[in-house]
Design a protein around this ligand. Structure first.
Ligand SMILES: Nc1ncnc2c1ncn2[C@@H]1O[C@H](COP(=O)(O)OP(=O)(O)OP(=O)(O)O)[C@@H](O)[C@H]1O
Ligand SMILES: [Mg+2]
Length: 234
C-alpha cells in the first residue's frame, strides 16, 4: 500500500465574495522510501499540498490518505497524534523555542515518547551530530546564525526517526556547503532508515537531489518524472 495516496483532491480558499482554487484535481501517490519533491513557480500550490499531506489542512473535495488515515476524516486531536507519531516537519520559518537551548529544542519531540533518559540523550546527540551542531548544544536560538537555526529545526524533525518527513524550502537559509551537508544527511537517513522525504522547493540545490520531481503549475500536476538514480550529481 502507498504511504500517501491523494485522489481527486481540490483545495479552494475563500477570497472576497468568491473562491480561489489553489489545488485542482490532484491525483498522486507516494511509496515508502521515496525521496521526492513538489516543484513549480511561486503560488503553484506546493505548500498547500504539503500542508494537507501533513494533516495541517484539509481538502475541500477529494481525499488524502496518509499512513492509513484519511486526512479529511480526522479530528484535530487525531491529526495531532498522526503528526506526533509518524511525521517530522521542516518549515521555511523554523519555529524554535527561544528560551530553550539547541539541545532542548531537539530533545523536545522525544519528551512525549516513552523511552529511558539514556535513550533520549543518545537520540538527541545523534540528531545534532547529523546536522553538525554538536558544538552548539548549549546555545540559545538567538545566538545562532540563520543556517544554524535551520539545522536545529532539521535535527528536531528527524530526531524521532519518523516515517515521513515533510520539508518546505528547507534550505532557504543555508549556503551551498550547508545545503549539501543537510541533503547528504537526508539522503543517508532515507537509505538507512527508509524515511520518506517529500520536499516543496524551487531551490536548484535541492532539486538536483530529488529522485522524483512533481511539477505543479496553477494548482495542477503538469509533470511527474522519476530521475535516473545513477545520474551524476553536480
Ligand atoms: N489561506 C489562504 N487564503 C487564500 N489564498 C491562499 C491561502 N493560502 C494560499 N493561498 C493561495 O493559494 C496559492 C498557492 O499557495 P502556496 O502557498 O501553496 O504556493 P507555493 O507553491 O507554496 O508558493 P511559494 O513557492 O511562493 O511558497 C497562492 O496563489 C496563494 O495565494
Ligand atoms: Mg510555499
Amino acid at each position: 500500500m502507498a504511504l500517501v495516496n491523494i485522489e481527486k483532491l481540490i483545495k479552494r480558499y475563500p477570497v472576497g465574495n468568491g473562491q480561489f482554487t489553489a489545488l485542482d484535481d490532484i491525483n498522486l501517490s507516494f511509496d515508502k522510501g521515496e525521496f521526492c519533491g513538489l516543484i513549480g513557480p511561486s503560488g503553484s500550490g506546493k505548500t498547500t499540498l504539503l500542508n494537507i499531506i501533513g494533516s495541517l489542512d484539509t481538502p475541500s473535495e477529494g481525499s488524502a490518505t496518509v499512513i492509513g488515515s484519511r486526512i479529511e476524516d480526522l479530528s484535530e486531536k487525531e491529526a495531532a497524534k498522526l503528526r506526533c507519531e509518524h511525521m517530522g516537519f521542516i518549515f521555511q520559518t523554523y519555529n524554535l523555542l527561544p528560551v530553550y537551548t539547541v539541545y532542548e529544542n531537539v530533545e523536545f519531540p522525544l519528551l512525549l515518547m516513552k523511552m529511558t533518559n539514556e535513550e533520549r540523550k543518545k537520540k538527541t546527540l545523534d540528531a545534532l551530530e547529523w546536522v553538525g551542531l554538536t558544538d552548539k548544544i548549549n546555545s540559545k536560538p538567538t545566538q545562532l546564525s540563520g543556517g544554524e537555526g535551520q539545522r536545529v529545526s532539521i535535527a528536531r524533525a528527524m530526531v524521532k526517526e519518523p516515517q515521513l518527513v515533510l520539508a518546505d524550502e528547507p534550505t532557504a537559509n543555508l549556503d551551498a556547503e550547508n545545503s549539501r551537508n543537510i541533503l547528504d544527511t537526508m539522503v543517508r537517513l532515507n537509505k538507512e532508515l527508509n524515511t520518506t522525504f517529500i520536499f516543496a522547493t524551487h531551490d536548484e540545490k535541492v532539486i538536483r537531489y530529488l529522485r522524483r520531481k512533481i511539477l505543479l503549475v496553477d494548482g495542477e500536476v503538469v509533470k511527474d518524472e522519476n530521475v535516473n538514480q545513477t545520474e551524476e550529481k553536480k
